[in-house]
Design a protein around this ligand. Structure first.
Ligand SMILES: [Zn+2]
Length: 365
């Protein structure tokens, strides 16, 4: 899943995301809550309509950004109070409030409000953090189930939507309404537990008892060695029902996501392909390539000779390097398009491979 933090995958218009065959995007609850505000997005018909994206949207709970971006946060059993990183204003997020915001956004997959345990964290700290997260998971679930039908487009009839759709043709408006109203909102639980296998196990078992339609493994890729990430995924996956989506949050490099998918992970998200692109780092079949390097100044070849994306078919490394050097906005657009194409192609190949040879069940050891 490409990450669309502020209601946009940075530098890429929605039409091009569709051309890349992106099926689902991640939106950040914390950012959208602060700006433009979830109530504004609700009034505008939900995030799908606001950003003109009819395909699926997953929203995070806001917890991760509250913990990583905001100032002066204070965590209690009730929730987290924090100050906005934009203007210093005071806010409070509880599991109930996070659900309310995600429902207002019209998310297809909402995430339970959790505390992302930092790394390193000792056992006592991971234990306390897990206990809070488990309580919040139940409260998230209770609130979500009671309110999930309060969708931003729920109270409006098809006729109203068609009438106030402005320049959109009747056909388009009708299609959008049918798609939107046919959606079923889901809430996923998030496994925490730091880097402790037994805490991860307990977290997974308790969440499975709560019976979520899908499960995420959170609190990984927070600075721990990659071997530990893999170990925590291998420990946790077999405890989560294989017939439901299993999602590892915030990973990773192309070889990592391929590896995790082969282990049985169904969903992943990461800012890496888009963020790295804006810094001139391209992922290719030959490894990572820093397009700013002088060696590409007169290189007429494509970024990745094995890539068939719209960028590699048309532009040279020399041109991409020039755009970066001249700080042209098109540099971010083209680099991001290539990286997303490369990531999506990586996953497409893994899916093909798995279709022929299904995932071996994890033994749990
Ligand atoms: Zn390409």
């Amino acid at each position: 899943m490409p990450v669309g933090t502020q209601g946009t995958v940075k530098a890429v218009p929605q039409q091009l995301l569709e051309d890349l065959d992106v099926r689902i995007l991640l939106g950040n609850t914390y950012h959208l809550y602060l700006r433009p505000g979830h109530e504004a997005i609700r009034r505008l018909g939900g995030l799908h309509r606001f950003m003109s994206w009819e395909r699926a949207i997953l929203t995070d709970s806001g917890g991760f950004q509250v913990f990583s971006l905001s100032d002066l946060r204070k965590v209690t059993d009730e929730g987290v109070s924090f100050r906005s990183h934009i203007d210093g204003s005071s806010h409070f997020f509880s599991p109930e409030h996070s659900m309310e915001v995600q429902i207002a956004l019209g998310s297809d997959i909402a995430m339970a409000f959790d505390e992302c345990t930092e790394y390193p964290a000792d056992r006592a700290r991971a234990r306390a953090s897990l206990d809070v997260t488990l309580k919040w998971a139940q409260r998230s679930r209770d609130h979500f189930e009671a309110h999930k039908h309060e969708r931003p487009w729920g109270e409006r009839t098809l006729e109203q939507r068609t009438a106030d759709s402005g320049q959109r043709s009747e056909h388009q408006a009708e299609k959008a309404a049918v798609n939107a109203e046919g959606r079923t909102p889901n809430l996923f639980g998030i496994v925490q537990g730091g880097m402790f296998a037994d805490l991860r196990r307990e977290s997974a078992e308790r969440l499975v008892e709560m019976d979520f339609p899908g499960y995420a493994i959170g609190g990984l890729s927070v600075g721990e060695p990659r071997e530990l990430t893999r170990e925590m995924i291998a420990t946790t996956l077999p405890l989560l029902p294989a017939e439901k989506p299993r999602y590892v949050m915030g990973v990773g490099y192309p070889d990592e996501i391929a590896e995790y998918a082969r282990m049985g992970v169904d969903m992943m998200d990461c800012v890496l392909p888009t963020r790295a692109a804006r810094h001139g780092l391209l992922f290719t079949s030959e490894g990572r390539l820093n397009i700013r390097n002088r060696q590409y100044a007169e290189d007429q070849g494509p970024a990745d000779p094995a890539c068939n994306c719209m960028v590699c078919r048309r532009y040279s490394r020399a041109y991409l390097r020039h755009l970066m050097a001249a700080q042209e906005p098109l540099a971010a657009v083209l680099n991001t398009l290539h990286n997303l194409a490369f990531y999506l192609e990586t996953m497409r190949k893994v899916r093909e491979e798995l279709a022929e040879k299904p995932v071996q069940p994890q033994s749990g050891s």
